[in-house]
Design a protein around this ligand. Structure first.
Ligand SMILES: [Zn+2]
Length: 161
């Protein structure tokens, strides 16, 4: 996720610096260079649309980071994770086939999940909490970085777009 995030920010920065160049050329009246840059995109409008798209991508990744952060914080708080065997329900449902004279009946039976003993969650060893803490810190930093980037690039784009 971090790599994906980095790529999206890089792409966004590249496009925004193109738009900055465009604004600079417009300002000084360098039509040749302006055409050269815009040739790549077709028009200033297309470039702005691509920036909008890329900014939304960064925003979405920021949302995913915040979601991951909340989950990791929950894990730290409860020191448990959702049971993977029963998916958190605490029950395992199975179909059983009952043969009765000339027909077969399907019955759904649910048993207590053996992995979590019906709790729906399993405790994590305390040693792991150190790693989860480090993970939470790293993700929190990335999420903050994404917010700063969006703010900064939003302000910059408002000025020149
Ligand atoms: Zn379970």
């Amino acid at each position: 996720m971090a790599k994906d995030f980095e790529e999206k920010i890089d792409k966004c920065l590249e496009l925004e610096s193109c738009l900055l160049d465009v604004a600079r050329c417009e300002h000084v009246g360098d039509k040749t260079k302006l055409m050269l840059i815009l040739h790549r995109f077709g028009s200033r409008k297309v470039l702005c649309e691509e920036i909008d798209y890329q900014r939304r991508e960064v925003e979405n990744t920021g949302r995913k980071l915040n979601w991951t952060l909340r989950n990791a914080k929950d894990i730290l708080e409860t020191m448990s994770i959702r049971c993977g065997t029963c998916g958190g329900t605490g029950k395992i449902t199975k179909s059983k086939y009952l043969r009765e004279r000339d027909s077969i009946q399907t019955v759904i039976v649910s048993d207590k999940c053996p992995a979590c003993d019906g709790d729906g969650s399993v405790e994590i060893p305390s040693e792991i909490s150190t790693y989860v803490t480090l993970f939470v810190e790293a993700v929190a930093q990335l999420a903050a970085l994404s917010q700063t980037f969006m703010q900064f690039s939003g302000d910059a784009m408002n000025m020149i777009a």
